[in-house]
Design a protein around this ligand. Structure first.
Ligand code: SAM
Ligand code: DTB
Ligand code: SF4
Length: 315
């Protein structure tokens, strides 16, 4: 068990601290490990969109649901490169490429194309992250060798709530993929989604599992469900801002050295709500007009907000 693991009881007592006491504490934890100006901008690109075999109930890219999404095949290296250049020019320090499929297999032509893309993108000097679904040791080794610095693979929710959300791969499948990423020496980017009908206990159980990973995750994306029309979760109500800030603060306290990333659903937050999240310890955002398929705040608005709060990353 990793030294920083927290029990569910510890997590509950942190989470239930009075609101201002909680964010004061998480702010102190944040300041002890991070510079205030260090908010990382991470730009996403969906390099293979829609038509996915999996049944993740939140996802517009699953082939099982009738959604409005246009399916797009795997982008070639030459198509991705200008987008990566653009992200860098706009100030992104990290570029993350995602594919809508179950996973990757060594030797497959599509995986070879992704490796080629990674080799080229990694020359630009940004951190290179990919999220390609399930993989094993050999695939992880090849990605690391090609220049991937971090692999995003979320546990999404608690082990107990997980079967309500996905049936085509198990919670253990996810942990196995994370294990392969760790053995290959890539950083683990692993978080989840809130607002899928789970309880506060489920959210804290998710943090408990994250705090037991060894090595610990280098980054933790906290997504608020974007209720996509046509998916089983299309009618879920929005997440309460104070529950969201509490979870960010608890994540910061439990994982002091991880980048806590505001991910999907940020365009539903007010400027004030985001400011509270940054105060509580969030120190990265997905940056750029689009996430993978869903909308995101405009880059100019994000830069204005970060400047206003005195947080803009100095490149
Ligand atoms: N297909 C790959 C996989 O699932 O491993 C990679 C891409 S997948 C879209 C990456 C993550 O985005 C998911 O694990 C989930 O946490 C998040 N995500 C997807 N759709 C979302 C939505 N509608 N709202 C919030 N988060 C979402
Ligand atoms: C993560 O946890 N959030 C990002 C990133 N990892 C790949 C993806 C969010 C996707 C939101 C829904 C969409 O754009 O389709
Ligand atoms: Fe496919 Fe990933 Fe969407 Fe699940 S989250 S349906 S694996 S693209």
């Amino acid at each position: 068990m990793s030294p920083s693991s927290f029990s569910l009881a510890d997590l509950r007592s942190i989470y239930e601290t009075s609101f201002f006491e909680l964010i004061r504490r998480s702010h102190d934890v944040h300041q002890a490990s991070w510079s205030t100006h260090d908010v990382q901008l991470c730009t996403l690109l969906s390099i293979k969109t829609g038509g996915c075999s999996e049944d993740c109930a939140y996802c517009t890219q699953s082939a099982r649901y009738k959604t409005e999404l246009d399916i797009e095949p795997l982008m070639k290296c030459e198509e991705v490169l200008p987008r990566a250049h653009q992200a860098k020019e706009n100030g992104a320090a990290r570029f993350c490429m995602g594919t809508a499929w179950r996973g990757v297999k060594s030797g497959d032509a599509k995986f070879q194309e992704v490796l080629k893309t990674v080799r080229e993108v990694s020359k630009l000097g940004m951190e290179v992250c990919v999220t390609l679904g399930l993989l094993g040791d050999e695939e992880a080794r090849q990605l690391k060798e090609a220049g991937v610095t971090a692999y995003n693979h979320n546990i999404d929710t608690s082990p107990e709530y997980y079967p309500n959300i996905i049936s085509t791969r198990t919670f253990q499948d996810r942990l196995d993929t994370i294990g392969a990423v760790q053995r290959a020496g890539m950083s683990v980017c692993c978080g989840g989604i809130i607002g899928m009908g789970e309880s506060i206990t489920d959210r804290l159980r998710m943090l408990e599992v994250l705090s037991q990973l060894d090595p610990l995750p280098e980054s933790v994306p906290i997504n608020c469900l974007v209720p996509m029309p046509g998916t089983p979760l299309a009618d879920q109500p929005p997440v309460d801002i104070f529950e969201f800030v509490r979870l960010i603060a608890t994540t910061r306290i439990v994982l002091p050295k991880a980048r806590v990333r505001l991910s999907a659903g940020r365009d539903q937050l007010t400027r004030e709500g985001q400011a509270l999240c940054f105060f509580a310890g969030a120190n990265s955002i997905h940056y750029g007009e689009k996430l993978l398929t869903a909308g995101n705040p405009e880059s100019d608005r994000d830069r204005e907000l970060l400047e206003e709060l005195g947080l803009l990353t100095k490149n």
